[in-house]
Ligand binder design. Structure first.
Ligand code: ATP
Length: 306
């Protein structure tokens, strides 16, 4: 018996988009598997929005290809976008209509989903305000109405571009809870963000984008495991501590970072190093594991900037 390989929810290969001399997206490869909550992380201007727009068929790639569940959103948009929803950019609504009326209009345009309006309003906790005009909604309420509009389509893939931008802490918490709930129901989520905490809290896989290119793609657990051995050391004698770290067995990738020394080492090598520092009369102010997604992010994106 052969095991069926799942068709990726999103597959982008060598995706590029140029605007004149500006290369907004310079070669993106991304694979989102069904069931992933996939974090698409990058600094401002890295090309996240532009690549998501290409993935949704909203703009044409300069070159490269996209498949949504195996289908091409440029050549076959109706089939490719079936079961795909999301918001890229601020969701737009008629301000003088109520939230409910906006959803009714969208359902009518979409040819279905009207019977689900109460259900999706409940999911985003807007039912109590659904009769009010959107003009009077807060930013967070508009974001949640955007999510409700996306959910009307009963998506199997939800694409969200920085869904918590501009929300207050309670709004951020609510939006994250909703993403988690949807993921638990089996909806695949592709979520862009420049917030590492957000991606760490929600996602099982990540891509890190910098200057239009994917610099890293992999499991979040792998990122965290890979960075477990990274440490930061602050001592009473930074210069000698740096020398000792460079000379110590099992201590690698040693760099000075201001008055601190940053290095990679396993637990035994760290223990041996502390004894060696003590013998040399060097006091330790701070010795702490560092890293995680943030370390990797700055490592990849700073290197690009220099
Ligand atoms: P942010 O986090 O700030 O939203 P982003 O990662 O989403 O950033 P993009 O909005 O995709 O980045 O922009 C990537 C680059 O492409 C930027 O330099 C931007 O100015 C440029 N760009 C995007 N759209 C256009 C356009 N229509 N015309 C010209 N340049 C564009």
């Amino acid at each position: 018996m052969t095991t069926a390989v799942p068709i990726p929810a999103v597959s982008a290969r060598a995706l590029r988009k140029s605007y004149g001399a500006i290369e907004a997206v310079a070669g993106v490869d991304v694979t989102v598997q069904p069931g992933d909550v996939y974090g698409y992380l990058g600094p401002n201007g890295a090309g996240k929005t532009t690549s998501l727009r290409m993935m949704l068929g909203l703009i044409q790639p300069t070159s490269g290809q996209v498949r949504l569940f195996g289908r091409d959103p440029v050549l076959d948009p109706v089939a490719a976008l079936e079961g795909v929803a999301g918001f890229v950019e601020d969701p737009a609504f008629y301000p003088y209509l109520s939230g409910r009326a906006n959803l009714e209009l969208l359902a009518a345009l979409d040819g279905g989903g009207g019977e689900r309006i109460d259900e999706v309003l409940d999911v985003v906790e807007l039912r109590g305000r659904a009769g009010d005009r959107v003009r009077g909604y807060s930013h967070g309420m508009r974001q949640r109405l955007g999510l409700a509009a996306a959910l009307l389509r009963r998506p199997r893939l939800l694409v969200l571009d920085e869904p918590t931008t501009g929300l207050d802490p309670a709004g951020i918490r609510d939006m994250r809870a909703q993403v988690r709930r949807l993921a638990a129901e089996g909806i695949t989520v592709l979520l862009s963000s420049h917030l590492m905490g957000e991606v760490e809290a929600l996602c099982n896989r990540v891509a890190i984008l910098a200057a239009g290119r994917v610099r890293y793609e992999g499991g979040l657990a792998e990122v965290l495991a890979r960075s477990n051995s990274r440490h930061r050391l602050e001592t009473t004698d930074p210069a000698r501590a740096l020398e000792l770290c460079r000379a110590a067995d099992g201590v690698h990738d040693v760099h000075a970072d201001g008055a601190a020394v940053v290095f990679s080492a396993d637990r035994d090598a760290v223990a041996a190093l502390t004894l060696w520092l003590a013998q040399a009369g060097i006091g330790i102010h701070v010795l702490a594991p560092t890293g995680g997604l943030e370390e990797l992010f700055f490592d990849l994106t700073d290197r690009e900037a220099t």
